[in-house]
Every structure is written in structure tokens, then in C-alpha cells.
Design a protein around this ligand. Structure first.
Ligand code: GAR
Length: 210
């Protein structure tokens, strides 16, 4: 593969964001990027199933398989090296990425979060819990955020963000569905910008060049 961006996707669940990214790559919406492996902590994840169906290496690597953080990190970094990954896309990955992986892939890891960071992020804020907190907090709008990953949960610089209105009759499920639709648009868009070299990161500040 001669792509500039050799992506390893980390996913824990359904994997619809991974599918949206794969579709954008396969249909030419993103050029210069390929998915070299999908890694999941969950052997039953939809993401691994989709990877296998598409003949992409699908790896189950979980901390629970190892005696130490060091052994787990070594396995992960070994797999990333084996498949030649130079970029990591977290797509519904419900585990914290270890400092060893972040250090090796500094400014080369992105995540999508189903709210408008810095609001409604941080430890324990994932999936349905985020939408429940948004509704209970009476927020009038929510949305999706693509951001850089650093050592702090949901903390790295924002790359793209899109808003979604919260209706008075929204439930966590309806709000999640509205936001997921937006996620499937902005995540491929962010990766396209990286693949085209249009994202510049300097002193933890992200800017987009045209
Ligand atoms: C997405 O809504 C994503 O934003 C969220 O999990 C879902 C995964 O869906 N991620 C987080 O909450 C991370 N903090 P998917 O498996 O269908 O892509």
C-alpha cells in the first residue's frame, strides 16, 4: 500500500464509524489513506467482523490477555509496526490509550466524541452516558467532535466539530442517532484533511490549511 496515511483503527463495539471511514476510502472520498489493521479489546465487536469481511487484518488485543501494562503495550506496538501503521483512528474505542502508544504516535492519534468538547467529556463520559448528561443538563445543542488524543481523556486539540440541536422530546437514543449521522460525515472529512496534509499541528494548536 503506497498511501501516506496507514491507519490502524481501534474500536470496541459496533464499528459504524469505522464502516463510514472505510466506505469513504473505498469510494474515493478519501485519497492517500488505507486501513492497515483493526484492533479491538472486544473479540465480539462488530468492528472486527467488518474488518474480516473486508479482508483487513482484524486483531483482538486486550489488556486482560497480559500480565502487565508493559507486555500489553509491547504487543500493541508490535502489531502496529507489523502492519506499518503510522496513524491511529479511535472509533468507539472505550479504553484509554496507554502513554507508551501515545508517545510513539504523538500527534498521530485522533478520536471522535459524541458531544461538543470540552463540554460533556472526560473519564466515564462515553456512549449513552454522554447523551443522558446533555439532556439532563438542559443543553440546547450537542454535536460531535473530532480531536487529537493526548494523555488526558477527551482533552487534545479540536480538529472538527459539528452542532446538532437538542429537541425537548429527545431521548438519549434519538439524540445519539442524530449525532451518529453527523459523526459519519465529519470523521471521514477529518481523515481526508490529514491524508491531504491539510492539518498542521504546532505547539498543540491545530490549524487547517487550504
Ligand atoms: C460513537 O458515537 C462514538 O462517538 C462514541 O461511541 C460510539 C461508537 O459507535 N465514542 C465515545 O463515546 C468515546 N468517548 P460506533 O462503534 O458505531 O462507531
Amino acid at each position: 500500500m503506497n498511501d501516506a496515511l496507514k491507519i490502524a483503527v481501534f474500536a470496541s463495539g459496533r464499528g459504524s464509524n469505522f464502516e463510514a471511514i472505510l466506505k469513504a476510502i473505498r469510494t474515493g472520498g478519501i485519497r492517500g489513506a488505507g486501513i492497515v489493521a483493526v484492533i479491538s479489546n472486544n473479540p465480539g465487536s462488530g468492528a472486527l467482523e467488518t474488518a474480516r469481511r473486508n479482508e483487513i487484518p482484524a486483531l483482538h488485543i486486550s489488556r486482560t490477555q497480559f500480565d502487565s501494562d508493559g507486555a500489553f503495550d509491547a504487543e500493541l506496538l508490535g502489531a502496529l509496526g507489523k502492519y506499518g501503521a503510522n496513524f491511529i483512528v479511535l472509533a468507539g474505542y472505550m479504553k484509554k490509550v496507554s502513554p507508551a502508544v501515545i508517545a510513539k504516535f504523538r500527534n498521530r492519534i485522533i478520536n471522535i466524541h459524541p458531544a461538543l468538547l470540552p463540554e460533556f467529556g472526560g473519564k466515564g463520559m462515553y456512549g449513552e452516558r454522554v447523551h443522558r448528561a446533555v439532556i439532563e443538563g438542559g443543553a440546547k445543542e450537542s454535536g460531535a467532535t473530532v480531536h487529537m488524543v493526548d494523555e488526558v481523556y477527551d482533552h487534545g486539540a479540536v480538529i472538527l466539530q459539528r452542532k446538532v440541536p437538542v429537541s425537548p422530546d429527545d431521548t438519549p437514543e434519538t439524540l445519539a442517532a442524530k449525532i451518529l449521522k453527523v459523526e459519519h460525515e465529519i470523521y471521514p472529512e477529518a481523515i481526508r484533511l490529514f491524508a491531504e496534509g491539510k492539518i498542521v499541528i504546532k505547539d498543540k494548536t491545530v490549524s487547517t490549511v487550504s
